[in-house]
Design a protein around this ligand. Structure first.
Ligand code: SAM
Length: 306
């Protein structure tokens, strides 16, 4: 199993498809030690081999290094997804704490586009964060861009080539803030590749490079060890049949699908000291993991993690 842990639902950006400007965050998140204890309980009950720390924005979590150390003690592979704003000051520490893989979300390749996408002026900090992450030894470093009708895919691809990083486009999902006008903003991966080709970036399909959730293409003339493009086709070609992801929210709930809105409360048995009940609740939830009835979620992504 692959566990994603949202260590905080707070965020320092307001991506238009993710959080409203006046986002309201959960008043009752799990405490850092509770998150770590739940992470350990889920690993033991569900046979987790890989953990990704996410959020909200994980670099805002008060005990991020502690969460990474705990995760690195529990499983062989620990990754994190961040918006990169605060990374420049902490990339080295994260690596030393045991973080092995890092994905940085970036939806635009210039300051104006970044502001439109995130409602904040932090493009320069993110670029600094990307460079600091590379200098700290995170390789391969991946950028994630959510594809919408506003996305300048060729500019992002050229940015990735110039920075020597890999780029993954995520199809916009009908979740939270993205719901209003979703159909009009969604761009399928095939249409995105057409746009790239029209801009002179004809890609080559390389199925042997595919990752569990992304179809990977190379760019003729570009070293694939430095830069490849990938497409996460959550909407146009869902990968439920092979999905082994489960998610622990910042409120201590276990969700066995991104679209499993309710989840299972793990904090109550933990706080009651009912460790057998906690273990049983996790096992029951994981055994019932199934593809969603519909690919839609009312709540925002931040609490459950992307
Ligand atoms: N703050 C971190 C970051 O920006 O990477 C981690 C949390 S963020 C919720 C995780 C990922 O979810 C980001 O790549 C984000 O762009 C993506 N995301 C959020 N809402 C989405 C939506 N409606 N459809 C597709 N991806 C979405």
């Amino acid at each position: 199993m692959y566990l994603r842990v949202s260590v905080t639902d707070r965020c320092n950006l307001r991506c238009t498809y993710c959080l409203p400007e006046r986002a309201r965050f959960a008043p009752d998140p799990a405490a850092p030690d509770e998150i770590d204890r739940l992470m350990a309980a889920v690993c033991a009950a569900a046979g987790v081999r890989k953990i990704r720390i996410t959020g909200g924005e994980p670099t805002l979590a008060p005990a991020l290094l502690q969460h990474i150390r705990t995760a690195a003690w529990l499983v062989p592979t620990v990754g994190m997804t961040s918006n990169g704003v605060l990374l420049a000051g902490m990339a080295g520490e994260l690596r030393a704490a045991g973080l092995g893989r890092l994905n940085i979300s970036l939806d635009a390749a210039d300051a104006a586009g970044f502001r439109r996408a995130t409602r904040r002026d932090r493009f320069a900090q993110v670029v600094e964060g990307i460079r600091a992450a590379r200098a700290a030894g995170f390789a391969p470093l991946k950028l994630n861009a959510v594809a919408t009708t506003d996305t300048d895919a060729p500019a992002l691809a050229r940015f990735a080539i110039a920075e020597g990083v890999h780029l993954r486009f995520i199809e916009l999902m009908d979740i939270g803030e993205a719901h209003t006008g979703w159909a009009g903003r969604h761009v399928a991966s095939a249409a995105l590749r057409d746009r790239l080709a029209a801009a002179g970036l004809a890609l080559r399909e390389e199925p042997e490079r595919d990752e569990p959730t992304s179809r990977v293409w190379t760019i003729p003339g570009v070293d694939p060890a430095r830069t490849t493009l990938g497409f996460i086709t959550t909407v146009s070609d869902p990968f439920c049949a092979t999905c082994d992801r489960i998610r622990l929210s910042s409120r201590g709930r276990l969700h066995t699908c991104l679209f499993d809105e309710r989840g299972t409360d793990l904090l109550a048995p933990l706080r009651a000291g009912d460790l057998a009940g906690l273990d049983a609740a996790i096992r029951r939830a994981v055994a019932a993991k199934a593809p969603p009835a519909h690919f839609r979620r009312e709540g925002v992504m931040a609490g459950i993690g992307g």
